[in-house]
Design a protein around this ligand. Structure first.
Ligand code: NI
Length: 176
């Protein structure tokens, strides 16, 4: 296993619509193991394949940030099939270090995905795990959490991203 370099905004791979995984085998197993190690090393509570430069619909989530090995979720070709409630909480992103903002999302989600062998399953998630899953699934469609902001929060994000693109803000820090 190895820790992979995390792509940082404004890397164009973060805006790609990722393709479904169609080949299940040792390459996928190795990639996912590397993604989990990269997420834990960061440390973060989630990581999506485009964040390591891979344009495939794969996400890993660990709401315990490495404290509980059983908490790691591997989601291949995931999609939200149901959601309920509304919740606002602070988010960050490993690809946009040093910027956090409160994002409003559904509070709980039911997600359909496949495992490393292509076997479909469904999970119900709430709290931080639900937030992390939705954040990572957005990455698979080229959507960043800053795109979910409105009003003053959106203006703050745009100002930060502008400074980042101009090289006036420096990447360092953790997130999803
Ligand atoms: Ni992120």
């Amino acid at each position: 296993m190895s820790v992979l370099p995390i792509r940082l905004y404004p890397d164009p791979v973060l805006r790609v619509q990722c393709a479904p995984v169609e080949e299940f085998g040792p390459d996928l197993v190795r990639l996912v193991a590397d993604m989990i190690e990269t997420m834990h090393e960061a440390p973060g509570v989630g990581l999506a394949a485009p964040q390591v430069g891979v344009e495939l619909r794969i996400a890993v989530v660990d709401a315990t940030a490495g404290m509980d090995p059983d908490a790691v979720r591997v989601l291949v070709n995931p999609r939200v099939v149901d959601s309920a409630g509304v919740d606002g909480d602070t988010e960050g992103c490993l690809s946009i270090p040093d910027f956090t903002e409160k994002v409003t999302r559904p509070a709980t989600v039911r997600v359909a995905a496949m495992d490393l062998e292509g076997v479909p399953f469904e999970i119900d998630a709430g709290e931080l795990e639900a937030r992390a899953i939705q954040h990572e699934l957005d990455h698979l469609d080229g959507v960043l959490f800053v795109d979910r902001l409105r009003g003053l929060r959106r203006r703050r994000a745009r100002s930060f991203l502008r400074r980042l693109r101009a090289g006036e803000a420096v990447h360092a820090g953790g997130g999803l």
